[in-house]
Design a protein around this ligand. Structure first.
Ligand code: NAD
Length: 488
């Protein structure tokens, strides 16, 4: 396969060279270790140029006065363009983060669907006339912030970028998007697609570069009035500190250590398939990965045996190999970090039931692979059960009754997602209400709909993306009063 690879940044509707003083990003294919290409990188000077450009564009009539149906039509045409270029977008992601081809393709589809969804939201969401308490007509209207900085991670770049850019544009903002330094290219291609779709110049700018060199400069910039960030909890905390100083709203989608719970009465085959899918899909590099499996004592041994068999049967392969179910991790450094965490658990006395090492196959030797791993013989206090691993590593922990389960499941700094397997719907309801998590899946896992609000409790974030209110995240309400008394 060959594809068009954007190598430059995108500011004001055109491709722009990187900053002379900033080294270009070197993209490495984690499946093979080969260098893919270099991509221009921005620093503080181009961050400033892009923000000023976006600010002018946001204040300009072309965007500010564009009626919702026209704005919606552009968002729909962006979705069309993504579908037309879906092979190229999927390939860029596969080359840069090593996700299997099927998943890359489905993520492009989902990203395009997000633009369509927010086209509909943009065109159909109204303002309100509020109840009057006097001789006036009062309204709430919703105004964009102006310039929004969107900062995204490398695990699912296209879906995260669409999830921020589509509602922020629908809301009438200009966006400066900073993709991860590991996965810069799909965002750069998205900017080209958006310009082809008729988005006015300057309304979507894309700056590749590192968090330290360009991400932080965007967050600090006085003309950036809102930041939407997805990434690690520590980066999110730093961004929130800056935002507090600037009195600027932020949306933060951060890490997780999600409990995935199996009661004795669960349909075990379905539960085990979901436990495995929930942690091994995407090599576990998913914020909602079900990384702590709590299994009730009566079915613990059976679930452990089935999980081991499922993990052994998983096809770990080159991401474009037919039937590949799990590719490499996104970088070599990340693979080594995951391996290091499993090694420490092993040294601390954990049982590694399966995995815990790189695959043996010679064709995978040069890539950043790590086998699907199940860790047992630990409790919820073990370091491996507390830290986010962001890899294909499942912690298996027994529980006795519902109260014990709730206490353990909620004993974590995070609160992003969770899953419950039981045939008892009353228990499912009780547990779902008791779990401190932004999403609860009951007898299913990792279903994600753009129509349903998404976000985290506790250290997993602030704010909710997606859904109809996902557009309101990027707007501020304004009250307007019309005096209705006689104009003498
Ligand atoms: P990261 O925090 O290192 O980086 C995320 C993005 O932020 C990158 O673009 C990076 O360059 C930028 N960045 C880093 N420091 C910054 C700073 N101080 N100022 C501005 N920008 C900065 O995270 P990552 O390693 O790319 O991604 C993995 C993390 O993302 C995991 O913790 C995962 O759970 C989380 N994640 C969360 C969700 C969610 O929706 N909650 C989704 C996907 C990933």
């Amino acid at each position: 396969m060959t594809t068009h690879t954007p190598k430059k940044l995108w500011i004001g509707g055109q491709a722009v060279d990187g900053e002379a003083a900033v080294a270009p990003l070197v993209s490495i294919n984690p499946a093979t270790g080969a260098v893919n290409y270099e991509v221009a990188a921005a620093g503080a000077a181009l961050a400033d140029a892009a923000v000023r450009n976006a600010d002018d564009a946001a204040r300009g009539k072309a965007w500010r006065q564009m009626l919702p149906p026209q704005r919606a039509a552009i968002l729909s045409r962006i979705a069309d363009g993504m579908e037309r270029r879906s092979e190229a977008l999927a390939q860029l992601q596969m080359l840069e983060n090593g996700k299997v081809w099927r998943e890359c393709q489905s993520q492009v589809k989902s990203a395009a669907a997000t633009f369509r969804y927010y086209a509909a939201v943009c065109e159909t969401t109204g303002s309100e006339v509020t109840p009057s308490r006097g001789d006036y007509l009062s309204m709430s209207v919703y105004e964009p912030y102006g310039v929004v900085a969107a900062i995204t991670p490398w695990n699912s770049p296209m879906t995260m970028e669409a999830q921020k850019v589509a509602p922020a544009l629908a809301a009438g903002n200009a966006v400066v998007l900073k993709p991860s330094e590991i996965t810069p290219s799909a965002a750069l291609l998205l900017a080209e697609i958006a310009t082809e779709a008729g988005l006015p110049d300057g309304i979507l700018n894309v700056l590749a570069g590192t968090g330290a060199q360009v991400g932080a400069a965007l967050v600090e910039h006085p003309k950036v009035r809102m930041v939407s960030f997805t990434g690690g909890t520590e980066s999110g905390r730093r961004i929130a500190e800056t935002a507090a100083r600037k009195l600027m709203p932020v949306a933060l989608e951060l890490g997780g250590k999600s409990p995935h719970i199996v009661f004795n009465d669960a349909p075990l085959d379905a539960a085990v398939a979901a436990l495995a899918g929930g942690i091994f899909e995407g090599s576990g590099q998913s914020c909602v990965a079900g990384s702590r499996a709590f299994v009730q004592r009566g079915v613990y041994d059976e679930v452990a045996a089935k999980l081991v068999a499922t993990a052994r049967a998983l096809k770990v392969d080159l991401p474009d190999a037919p039937g590949a179910e799990m590719g490499p991790l996104a970088t070599f450094a990340h693979r080594d970090k995951v391996a290091g965490m499993v090694d420490s658990a092993r040294r601390a006395g954990a049982d590694i039931l399966v995995g815990g090492q790189r695959p043996d196959a010679a064709r995978l030797a040069a890539g950043a692979y790590y086998l699907p791993t199940v860790v047992a013989g630990i409790d919820n206090q073990a370091a491996i059960a507390r830290q986010e691993i962001f890899g294909p590593v499942l912690c298996l922990i027994p529980f006795d009754d519902e109260d014990d389960l709730i206490a353990q499941a909620n004993d974590t700094a995070f609160g992003l997602a969770s899953g419950v397997w039981t045939r008892d719907y009353q228990r499912a309801w009780r547990v779902a209400r008791a779990l401190e998590a932004g999403t609860v899946w009951i007898n299913t896992y990792k279903q994600l709909s753009i129509a349903t609000p998404f976000g985290g409790f506790k250290d997993s974030g602030i704010g909710r993306e997606k859904g109809i209110n996902g557009m309101r995240l990027y707007q501020q309400p304004k009250g307007i009063y019309f005096g209705m008394g006689a104009l003498a």
